[in-house]
Ligand binder design. Structure first.
Ligand SMILES: [Cu+2]
Length: 169
């Protein structure tokens, strides 16, 4: 404000004043106005970068494919169960992420797999190339149970589509 009126009043050295003076007034005016805006923009960028970094770390922690790290991973394919044996403590409740690794183009079962234990009333089914987290509570007594898949490659008679759940005391 004062600069502008000055420039207007003594406008004698026009060539030297106009260039730098107008630049100066621009910068002077920029100080009270845009500075908070600039800080806000900087803060916003910092926040976004921090958020993106945190998101990246979180997704890394979750593992590839977004697998549930708190669940026991059981994969089923035409080749069988991986792993083919599970061990749980009697009375323990476990979470199992059961995944089918096969595509829907399998003529036998269409990529679906099953995890069934008749004696425990367990009958889990997953579609092609998908997974689901199931929960089971082991029986209170130690023992050994066969789990099987009956929706593909010969059904439960196929020895590769079977596994063993061991319940320890
Ligand atoms: Cu199967």
């Amino acid at each position: 404000m004062t600069r502008r009126s000055h420039a207007g009043s003594d406008g004698r050295p026009l060539p030297t004043r106009q260039g730098p003076a107008s630049l100066g007034t621009d910068r002077d005016r920029a100080v009270p106005g845009p500075r908070p805006v600039r800080i806000a923009v900087f803060a916003l960028i910092a926040l976004l970068v921090t958020g993106a970094a945190a998101g990246l770390v979180m997704s890394r922690l979750q593992g590839a494919g977004g697998a549930d790290v708190t669940a026991i991973q059981v994969h089923a394919s035409m080749g069988g169960f991986d792993p083919p044996a599970l061990t749980v403590k009697a009375g323990e409740t476990i979470r199992v992420e059961f995944s089918s690794m096969d595509t829907p183009f399998h003529s036998d079962g269409g990529g679906w797999h099953q995890f069934a234990i008749d004696a425990l009333g367990i009958d889990w089914n997953v579609g092609p190339q998908s997974s689901e987290v199931f929960e089971m509570t082991a029986p209170d007594v130690a023992g050994s149970y066969t789990f099987y898949c009956d929706v593909c490659c010969g059904g439960k008679e196929n020895p590769s589509m079977q596994g063993t759940l061991t319940v320890t005391a």
